[in-house]
Ligand binder design. Structure first.
Ligand code: HAM
Length: 416
């Protein structure tokens, strides 16, 4: 029996991969404009990083990590998200010693052992940014704006931005008790996950889709914020308004990771069945310290690339195709075929996208191959032409043919 890919993973094949490259190029271009620099941290880390960073009581750490012992008996986990690893790298490489705010971005695979469905995979990809070293609300707004601009620039429509303030850990522990009091009478009616969330993390009950009805009239975290939190949250809103970014305040927005303080946000769009969150992020002021660094604040986001592609498809947004082949070279006869190998290399060195046949096929089959590659030109070299030092160049759209000398050929094609 042939071996199949693990459940919840995808092969990204030619035809599809061009869309990924398009998104990745857009992300890199955007980050350059926002002055974020790329960071590549390991795909696996010590498990402790995630239990300490993401949070012991989160679904991610409790249920969804790919954890194993390596041959040295160390507990290792595939990264379920990007922030913890970037924070570790920031601390380990002492980036906090740099004079400016560290603004970093990454694009890469993340792993969560979840029940796969459309938009939910076990290996998925995020484009994420993290900015360290500033408590200025303008950087929260910058990060939210960056995500919004990304969606806009790739042509995604109807993205809504939901924001909330989750305060400080102290505020949350008061709020937690209030929530437990509120949910106590309906505790036994809650869904299986929320029953255990009631003790571990009652805030998560607020954004449970199943138990929404029990959340009616629940205490509102915004009523529990202190002055500093309220001022920060208001400043983020003012900046977003100034930038013309529409947002909705959703006091029930609680992210699935424990590290957030102050600003938390999500981007939503319809088009992937029951899933509507296409990205999210927030501020995490205690995380760097929790991971062993000094007390440096941070804020960031993670956007799921699979979900973006699904919504783009649902909205019928066309992704620009990469440049097709410029020239398909055909050699007729042994000597001409040999020459074609050399010419092909020369063309490629001159920046021309070029291809030839490698299967010893007849001229007709080679012409079909050129069509499949959407070659703009086909260049045909027979032994006769070779002896005259010439080659025939045919424009596929018009059928027009010209003869070009072999010495001039690469430059001629380059300048077409
Ligand atoms: P997150 O909300 O867990 O946040 O994930 C961010 C995005 O990754 C989600 O909105 C979704 O688009 C995508 N995603 C998550 N799980 C899956 C999955 N199983 N299959 C497909 N896509 C998925 C974080 O990961 C934080 N690290 C974001 C952040 C960065 N916060 C601050 N800095």
């Amino acid at each position: 029996m042939s071996i199949q890919k693990p459940k919840g993973t995808q092969d990204l094949l030619p035809g599809e991969i061009e869309k990924w490259q398009y998104l990745e190029n857009k992300a890199r271009d955007l980050c350059q404009r926002f002055n974020y620099k790329e960071i590549r941290s390991p795909i696996f880390e010590h498990t402790e990083l995630f239990s300490r960073g993401v949070g012991e009581t989160t679904d991610i750490v409790e249920k969804e990590m790919y954890t194993f012992l390596d041959k040295g008996n160390r507990s290792i986990s595939l990264r379920p998200e990007g922030t913890a690893g970037v924070v570790r790298a920031y601390v380990e490489n002492k980036l906090y010693g740099e004079p400016d705010v560290s603004k970093l971005y990454y694009i890469g695979p993340m792993f969560r052992y979840e029940q796969p469905q459309a938009g939910r995979y076990r290996q998925f990809h995020q484009f994420g940014v993290e900015a360290f070293g500033s408590v200025d609300p303008s950087i929260d707004a910058e990060v939210i704006a960056l995500g919004y601009a990304f969606y806009k620039e790739i042509g995604l429509k109807n993205v809504s931005v939901e924001i909330n303030s989750v305060g400080t850990p102290e505020i949350r522990s008061t709020f937690r008790v209030k929530l437990q009091e509120f949910f106590a009478p309906v505790k036994d009616n809650l869904c299986k996950d929320c029953k255990s969330r009631y003790e571990r993390n009652p805030l998560r009950i607020l954004d449970c889709k199943i138990d929404q009805k029990y959340g009616e009239g629940a205490p509102n975290i915004l009523d529990y914020l202190d002055e500093a939190c309220t001022t920060h949250f208001q400043a983020v809103q003012n900046d977003l308004t100034g930038m013309g970014i529409p947002y909705i305040i959703n006091p029930r927005l609680v992210r699935g990771l424990d590290y957030y303080t102050h600003t938390a946000f999500e981007y939503k769009a319809a088009g992937i069945g029951s899933i509507d969150t296409i990205g999210g992020g927030g501020r995490y002021n205690g995380l760097v310290e929790q991971i062993g660094g000094n007390d440096q604040p941070g804020v960031g986001l993670g956007l799921g690339l699979e979900r973006i592609l699904l919504v783009l498809q649902a909205q019928g947004v066309e992704i620009p195709r990469p440049k097709p082949l410029d020239v398909y070279l055909i050699g007729l006869g042994e000597a001409a075929e040999k020459e074609v190998t050399q010419l092909l290399y020369q063309l490629r060195l001159h920046g021309v996208n070029a291809e030839k046949d490698y299967l010893g096929r007849k001229m007709k089959a080679q012409m079909k191959s050129a069509d499949r590659f959407q070659a703009k030109y086909v260049a045909i070299l027979g032994d006769d032409e070779l002896s005259r030092g010439e080659i025939t160049l045919k424009t596929m759209a018009t059928g027009e043919q010209v003869t070009v000398t072999l010495v001039n050929f690469p430059l001629h094609v380059k300048t077409l």
